[in-house]
Design a binder for this molecule. Structure first.
Ligand code: NAD
Length: 326
């Protein structure tokens, strides 16, 4: 972890992952300013102790100056389905916004960046677990915009000496204190299954049970958001001028959709009815990360890989959100 206190801009810090990372930065003694337009985030999600600017990354030049030691860039639209229906919304925000942010950083002389990339940059895996040298062939505009930003960052490091780390997250889950997952619409499996346990949703759809996996349902790599946050602090230390380091972040352990549902039943003690549904296009059977690079280059060691623990933390947060009876 960083030894001397620094000052960081956290774009998207009112959202799920950004708020947890902002909280970790504060706990490590750093000064944090969150820049977020609240398009999918929540003002109350910004951790106490962080300064808050309600604004867009497209206008980052208004606020970024040489007093910042670095930027952690989470701000993006990230709904895969929406990106298929409305791709230009994703190119304009994710790529256009990141272009403006990189220019503002260059102009202000802020030369360290940690970027939220994604497993969606790889598309259909050619082998498992996925390594950073595997081909990138995104199957959605969302994944394509994230990959485009990765390419932009590679150029920025080579041409202008930016010290950059892209972290390619697999399935982020769990919660950290008051910071948890609440996307709208929700598309991630664990919060959706928890909504069934809470009685907010009748059943959980299982899209395909004839995949070549042990129980026939898709297998995904779930990483606890606090383990992910720790990797960001390590990435700030590992960032090297002129280099763009790309690291996958996952546990290397896959869990099937059925295993997640069963774990939610065990953790919550609630029945969770399932509905069989046909396979969805573009859903690979197995998506599991090799995080060997993150371990070697960042010294990262996840300590919350247990699925029951991840679900249990998400359940505590989901119940905190439960409306109280009148
Ligand atoms: N959650 C996951 O499982 C996951 C997996 C892989 C990658 N990621 C990436 O991690 C990042 C954070 O994801 P999340 O799940 O926390 O999403 P989120 O929607 O909760 O957070 C994104 C935040 O960015 C803000 N934002 C969006 N566009 C903005 C703009 N132009 N200017 C300022 N603020 C803007 C939103 O208001 C929101 O608070 C995203 O970049 C996403 O692509 C997430």
């Amino acid at each position: 972890m960083s030894k001397s206190p620094k000052k960081y801009l956290v774009t998207g810090g009112a959202g799920y992952v950004g708020s947890v990372v902002a909280q970790h930065l504060l706990e490590a003694g750093h000064a944090v300013t969150v820049l977020d337009d609240l398009s999918t985030g929540f003002r109350e999600g910004v951790p106490a102790g962080a300064d808050f600017i309600e604004g867009r990354i497209q206008d980052a030049a208004k606020w970024l100056d040489a007093s910042y030691d670095g930027v952690l860039h989470f701000a993006a639209y990230s709904q895969v389905g929406e990106s298929v229906a409305d791709p230009e919304k994703y190119w304009v925000n994710n790529v256009g916004g990141s272009t403006a942010l990189l220019a503002a950083m260059r102009d202000a002389g802020v030369r360290t960046l940690v970027f939220s990339s994604t497993a969606a940059t790889y598309g259909e895996p050619v082998s498992s677990p996925i390594t950073e040298s595997d081909p990138t062939a995104p199957t959605s505009p969302y994944g394509a915009t994230k990959l485009a930003v990765d390419h932009m960052i590679t150029g920025e490091a080579a041409a202008h000496g930016l010290a950059a780390v892209s972290l390619r997250y697999f399935n982020v889950a769990g919660a950290y204190g008051d910071c948890g997952e609440r996307h709208s619409p929700e598309s991630h499996l664990i919060p959706l299954v928890l909504q069934v346990a809470l009685g907010q949703r009748e059943s959980i759809s299982v899209y395909g049970d004839d995949y070549p996996t042990p129980d026939g349902t898709c297998v995904r790599d779930y990483i606890h958001v606090a383990d992910l946050a720790e990797a960001h602090l390590l990435a700030l230390d590992a960032a090297t001028a002129g280099e763009h380091l790309i690291c996958n972040l996952g546990n290397g352990n896959g869990f099937s959709v059925r295993e997640v549902i069963e774990t939610v039943r065990e953790v919550t003690g609630h029945p969770v009815p399932e509905t069989a549904a046909p396979r969805r296009g573009g859903d690979p059977a197995v998506l599991v990360a090799s995080a060997a690079t993150a371990r070697e280059r960042l010294g990262w060691q996840p300590s919350r890989a247990d699925l029951a623990g991840i679900v249990s933390d998400a359940w505590t947060f989901a119940r905190r959100e439960e409306p109280t009876a009148p």
